[in-house]
Design a protein around this ligand. Structure first.
Ligand SMILES: Cc1cc2nc3c(=O)[nH]c(=O)nc-3n(C[C@H](O)[C@H](O)[C@H](O)COP(=O)(O)OP(=O)(O)OC[C@H]3O[C@@H](n4cnc5c(N)ncnc54)[C@H](O)[C@@H]3O)c2cc1C
Length: 485
C-alpha cells in the first residue's frame, strides 16, 4: 500500500504548479512529480518569455475569443455543432467528445485569465507590457517580469515552502494510472530515475506533463516523417515525452486538438539558445536548398503568419530554408530585434559571394532572386511597421507585402528550420479541466491541464498557452481539492 494523497499532480510547469498550489491552498494533500532535476524544473514554462494575449490585467485581448474560435477545428460540422446553443450539460455525447475547441472552454479561458494573472501577482509576479521580437503585430500582449522562469521559481518555491501539504519530488517520472474497477482514479505509478517503482494512492490525478515534442517516436507517428527535421525549441521540451497524453488516452480519454500538428517557430538550427528565432524574412526572400521560393514570405503581420511559414519550411528538403536579405534592411528601425540567434549571419558584398557560402543551388538561387526582383512593384511606399501592400506581380508564389528588389550589399543569409514549441494533440477537457471520455463523460478523478490537454488546430493562437496552463491548472486543482472519492 503506497502513500496516500488527495491529489497527485504529474509535471511542474505552469499547469502542474498552478494545479498543485491551488489544491494545497484549498486544503488538499498533494504529491507533485517532476521528471527533471530540481534546477531544471518547469519544462517549457522555464524558457518562455510568457506573453499573455491580454489588453489589460483585467481583460483578454479584443480578438481573443474570435482568434481561438477561428482556429477551433479543421472544419466544424454544423450538423454536430448546432447544439452549442444549448447549455453544455445538454450537449449530446458526440459533441462533448468532439476534438474541436468548444465555446464553453473558450469562455472559461477568457474569464479565468484575469483571475489567474491576479493569483500569480499574489505570488509575487508582476505583469506589464514588455518588449517582444515582432516588428509587426496583430494583437496585444502582456507578460510577467522575468518571464516563465519567474513563474516557475515563484510557484515552485511556494510549493517547497508548503512541504506539510505538498510532497514535491524531482527526477520522478509518472508512468501509469491506477484505476478502480468502476473506472475511477485510484492513483499513479511513479518511477524515480534509477530507483524502484512506487504506487502513490489518490482519488484525483492531474496530468500536466506537457506535450510529446520530446518523444521522437510519437512525433513521427503523429506529425509524419518530416518530424526528423524539427526539434524542441528549448531544453524544457525534451522532458515532455508524452506520458500524460498516453496515460489519458489509455484510460479512455477522447482526443482533443490536432494530433498531426504543432506550434512551429522559425529558428536558426546552428544555435543552442532557447528560441533562436529568425523573423526578419518578411523583408527578404526564403529559398529552399534547390534555390527556389516556396511560400509568400509576408502574407500579413509576422506574429500572425510565422507559424504557417515555419511549417512550409519543414516540408522543404531537409526541413531547411535560407532567409536572404540585402542592405536595404537598414531602412527598418531596430531590425535586429527580430533575430534571436547567437550565430552570425553569412555575409558578402555581392549576392554571388553570399550564395557561394551557402548549402544551396547557387545558380538557381540567383535566377530566383532576379525573377523576384523583376516582380517587385516600382511604385508604392515601403512601410516596415505595418502591412504595406507592396506586392509582387507575375511571380509564384506571390509576395503580399514589403516586396522590394534585393540589389544592394551587404547581402546576408540565415538558415532556418521549424522548431517545435509544443504539440497540439492532447486530451479533451471541460471547463473544470476534467478529462472527458469518448462519450463526453468526465473520467472520475482525472484532470489534464496545459499542453497535455488538446485544444489547438490550424494556427496556434499566439500568447495563449501559458494562460491556458495557469487557467486550467487552477481549475483542475480547485475541482480536485473538493472531490474526495
Ligand atoms: C521558448 C519558448 C517560448 C514560448 N513563448 C510563449 C509565450 O510567449 N506565450 C505563451 O503563451 N506560450 C509560450 N510558449 C509555450 C508555453 O511556454 C508552454 O506551452 C507552456 O508553458 C506549457 O506549460 P505546461 O505546464 O503545460 O508544460 P511544461 O511547462 O512543459 O511543463 C511540463 C512539466 O512536466 C514534466 N514532465 C514531463 N513528463 C513527465 C512525467 N512523465 N512525469 C513527471 N513529470 C513530467 C516536465 O519536466 C515539465 O516540467 C513558449 C514556449 C517556449 C519553450
Amino acid at each position: 500500500m503506497g502513500r496516500s494523497y488527495d491529489v497527485i499532480v504529474a509535471g511542474s510547469g505552469v499547469a502542474g504548479l498552478s494545479a498543485a498550489l491551488t489544491a494545497a491552498e484549498a486544503g488538499a494533500n498533494v504529491a507533485l512529480l517532476e521528471r527533471a532535476p530540481r534546477e531544471e524544473r518547469g519544462g517549457n514554462t522555464r524558457y518562455t518569455e510568457s506573453f499573455w494575449r491580454m489588453q489589460s490585467k483585467n481583460e483578454v485581448s479584443e480578438d481573443f475569443a474570435d482568434a481561438l474560435a477561428g482556429n477551433a477545428a479543421g472544419w466544424h460540422d454544423p450538423e454536430i455543432t448546432k447544439d452549442w446553443i444549448r447549455t453544455p450539460e445538454d450537449w449530446p455525447a458526440i459533441l462533448r467528445a468532439s476534438p474541436g475547441l468548444d465555446p464553453e472552454l473558450i469562455g472559461a479561458w477568457a474569464d479565468g485569465a484575469p483571475d489567474a494573472l491576479a493569483w500569480l501577482e499574489s505570488h509575487g509576479l508582476s505583469f506589464d507590457f514588455l518588449p517582444n521580437y515582432f516588428i509587426t503585430e496583430s494583437t496585444t500582449r502582456m507578460s510577467p517580469v522575468g518571464g516563465g522562469r519567474a513563474i516557475v521559481e515563484a510557484l515552485a518555491t511556494k510549493a517547497e515552502a508548503m512541504a506539510d501539504r505538498i510532497d514535491y519530488r524531482f527526477e520522478t517520472t509518472a508512468e501509469s494510472l491506477l484505476r478502480r474497477r468502476d473506472g475511477g482514479i485510484e492513483g499513479l505509478i511513479v518511477k524515480p530515475i534509477g530507483g524502484e517503482r512506487e504506487a502513490l494512492r489518490a482519488p484525483n490525478v492531474v496530468l500536466a506533463t506537457g506535450g510529446f515534442q520530446g518523444n521522437a517516436e510519437m512525433m513521427t507517428r503523429y506529425i509524419g516523417p518530416a518530424a526528423q527535421w524539427t526539434r524542441p525549441i528549448a531544453r524544457g521540451g525534451y522532458y515532455n515525452r508524452g506520458e500524460g497524453v498516453v496515460m489519458g488516452l489509455s484510460a479512455g480519454a477522447a482526443p482533443g486538438g490536432d494530433f498531426g500538428s504543432f506550434h512551429a517557430q522559425p529558428v536558426d538550427p546552428r544555435s543552442g539558445e532557447a528560441e533562436p528565432v529568425v523573423l526578419i524574412y518578411t523583408y527578404g526572400v526564403l529559398l529552399n536548398r534547390e534555390g527556389r521560393r516556396f511560400t509568400d514570405e509576408a502574407p500579413a503581420t509576422v506574429d500572425a503568419t510565422y507559424e504557417t511559414t515555419a511549417r512550409d519550411i519543414l516540408q522543404q528538403s531537409q526541413g531547411l530554408a535560407w532567409c536572404i536579405l540585402d542592405g536595404a534592411v537598414e531602412d527598418i528601425p531596430n531590425w535586429q530585434k527580430a533575430i534571436r540567434t547567437d550565430q552570425p549571419a553569412f555575409e558578402a558584398d555581392t549576392l554571388d559571394g553570399l550564395l557561394a557560402q551557402l548549402d544551396i543551388d547557387a545558380g538557381q538561387a540567383a535566377e530566383t532572386i532576379a525573377t523576384f526582383n523583376n516582380a517587385c512593384p516600382v511604385d508604392g511606399r515601403f512601410d516596415p511597421l505595418r502591412p504595406d501592400g507592396l506586392a509582387t506581380s507575375g511571380v509564384s508564389p506571390r509576395r503580399s507585402h514589403w516586396a522590394r528588389p534585393l540589389t544592394q550589399g551587404p547581402f546576408r543569409a540565415w538558415p532556418i528550420i521549424a522548431a517545435t514549441c509544443f504539440t497540439f494533440g492532447g486530451l479533451k477537457i471541460d471547463a473544470s479541466a476534467r478529462v472527458l471520455d469518448h462519450d463526453g463523460q468526465p473520467i472520475p478523478g482525472l484532470y489534464a491541464a496545459g499542453e497535455t490537454s488538446g485544444v489547438y488546430f490550424r494556427t496556434y493562437t499566439g500568447s495563449t498557452s501559458v494562460m491556458r496552463g495557469a487557467v486550467f491548472g487552477r481549475a483542475a486543482g480547485a475541482h480536485a481539492a473538493h472531490r474526495n472519492s
